[in-house]
Design a protein around this ligand. Sequence first.
Ligand code: SF4
Length: 450
Amino acid sequence: MKQHLVYIKTIGCQMNHYDSERMVQMLAPLNHLLTEDAEQADLILLNTCAIRAKAEQKVFSFLGRLRRLKQQHPDLIIGVGGCVAQQEGKRIFERAPHVDLVFGTHALFRLPELISKVREQRERICDITFSNTLEEPDLAGAGVRRTTAFVTIMRGCDNFCTYCVVPYVRGREMSRPSNVIIREIKSLVQNGVREVTLLGQNVNSYGKKGHIPCNFPELLKKANDIDGLKRIRFTTSHPKDLSDDLIEAIASLPKMCPHIHLPVQSGSDRILKRMNRGYTVKNYLKKVSKLKRAIPHVAITSDIIVGFPGETEEDFEATLALVQEVDYDSIFSFKYSDRPNAPSTRFRDKVSEKINQRRLEHLMRLQEEITRKKNNALVGATREVLVEGFSKNANSRLTGRTLCNRIINIEAMDSLLGQLVSARVEKAYKHCLMGSVVKIDQVKGNTHVT
Ligand code: SF4
């Protein structure tokens, strides 16, 4: 069988990164090797994100750069998958005629046959058919060689927040069977993975639809029982579906990391209603209090949109007040942008770009102060760290995460890669910590190194 080189560019969320890994796993038996050099590849796949206008612009600018490569190598096959593919379908061929294949979110697992067809028939294919079942092959984490991994437990969403394209581009919510998920995690652990992050648009509603006799807290208990797995995280958690049982599971299961990403989006009830979020600020804060009571030192992070249509200064002030009250560990903040199909696109009372920008900067400054204060408070403390890899900024340093999901860089031997260590926090920065190892932990026994 001829050997092929595939280059994959991933834009967007962790779920897209997970899907890109699935592409690699599916194509490996067809003699496709992954390359990091697009110029060498005879297959280029772009896994796209449509959640914000900026991410979509990135897709077409990347495709524009591929035009020259296609002219130089007419046999090169270019495929576009993910949310933009689902949303735009054949229109992608009009904007980028050098693209050979468009495969939507539900066509991901038909990728090998679609590529073979394009190669054999030398004609363009667009497959954006939605299916009512999860046609997910059991790839069981094959070939993964690292310390942390994502595992998608469900796909799609039924919530229809008015600003969001996910229900339109990823389809309605479907959960994967718990036995398949557990098998995948076990296989990852056998391949060296120590920490998994369970992924879904709203993991809290895992198993609520279909015939899955397992809810999310029960799934966490099953994952917690896997030998060799050290840490469990999950994202994203919709506040309206955060149950007492889930809080109890995070508090009581030893492998659960004390961190929850709980997107609030706005601190104004009026805006939350227009967003169709299904909770009020009071409900949200009640759940935050429960989390803080049940899980000592819990880290809470969030997503916030500024400048949603109709957002007044008063609404924005309410968001700032909520950020201060919750005392988030960090937030992802975004300026609102119109998205195709999203109902809010039709709302008339848009906020100007100038005001959006000012609000975004104000919010970011506030959160930076909070994060810095929290990071500074950790100096001198010792924290468990899972060593994940080399620091991007200094290859001589290793990098990992604390249980609360803070990035910490440490000067240490390469042999600590994949180990749990106890590290003393020496310095705090805006986005990360610096530390030194005081003890190597469970994975290789309790060897003291300093
Ligand atoms: S919960 Fe709302 S924001 Fe999240 S994916 Fe579903 S529709 Fe989009």
